[in-house]
Design a protein around this ligand. Structure first.
Ligand SMILES: Nc1nc2c(ncn2[C@@H]2O[C@H](COP(=O)(O)OP(=O)(O)O)[C@@H](O)[C@H]2O)c(=O)[nH]1
Ligand SMILES: Nc1ncnc2c1ncn2[C@@H]1O[C@H](COP(=O)(O)OP(=O)(O)O)[C@@H](O)[C@H]1O
Length: 213
């Protein structure tokens, strides 16, 4: 019996939350634990933060380069978030999907809605809530990568983002990090196992049924 688990349809796993709720930390751990999962590295007009690595965390570009990407239809989705532009480059996503690979997105609710509309079968949307807005502020301050006015703007936008959590397939609160990580990993594993994504099952089933016992 073959161990080949291809062909399969990849998952587009979208993780969104208000800034500071913990999605980047959760996504980094999911990537570290799952070699086959590919991160969609977004393009952004935001400036680089201390500790960030260009082309690993984001492709940091000028507003002109970003506009060129829009004109060339080079984004699967893009949006204005907290006064900057962010977009998911289309080419690496198309390549991953053609190879049956899974792609992880750390994007906002606007991008999640666009991908869900364009790829309704493949998109899985997860929204992460903070334990409280007070804790959200504490995390943003502790992360100490943004200026105070940038933090205030993100907190002011948080309620507007939380309003959209009902559009998502899965929602949970990131209180205890390890428990939240387990929840995200479970969602990913369950979605990977869905029959329609595992196209190889049909051939496997046929070979089981053809077996002489
Ligand atoms: N629509 C969309 N949103 C993105 C993209 N990349 C990042 N974002 C979102 O933009 C927001 C700001 O991201 P960032 O500047 O890294 O700040 P952080 O969330 O505080 O770490 C977050 O909600 C991200 O998920 C993208 O390609 N498309
Ligand atoms: N469950 C948690 N409990 C306490 N701190 C957390 C938790 N999850 C993330 N953090 C911390 O909160 C800050 C914001 O997390 P981050 O992953 O950057 O959020 P986001 O990408 O949603 O803006 C980071 O300093 C991170 O280490």
């Amino acid at each position: 019996m073959s161990n080949d688990r291809t062909p399969r349809r990849g998952v587009l796993l979208i993780v969104a939350s208000p800034s500071g709720a913990g999605k980047t930390s959760l996504c980094r751990r999911l990537m570290a634990d799952h070699g086959g999962l590919q991160l969609s590295v977004s393009m952004t007009t935001r400036g680089i933060r201390p500790g960030e690595v260009a082309d690993r965390d984001y492709h940091f570009v000028s507003p002109e380069t970003f506009q060129q990407g829009i004109d060339d239809n080079a984004f699967l989705e893009w949006a204005d978030v907290h006064g900057n532009r962010y977009g998911s480059p289309r080419a690496p996503i198309d390549k991953a999907l053609s190879e049956g690979r899974d792609v992880l997105f750390d994007i906002d609710w606007q991008g999640a809605a666009q991908i869900a509309e364009k790829c309704p079968e493949d998109a899985v949307r997860v929204f992460i809530l903070p334990p409280s807005l007070e804790e959200l502020r504490r995390r943003l301050v502790t992360r100490s990568q943004d200026a105070p006015e940038v933090i205030e703007r993100r907190i002011a936008n948080a309620k507007g983002e939380i309003e959209h959590c009902s559009e998502f397939d899965y929602v949970f609160v990131n209180d205890d990090f390890d428990r939240s990580y387990a929840e995200l990993a479970h969602i990913y594993h369950a979605e990977r196992s869905r029959r329609f994504r595992n196209i190889w099952v049909r051939g496997y089933q046929a070979s089981l049924l053809a077996e002489d016992v």
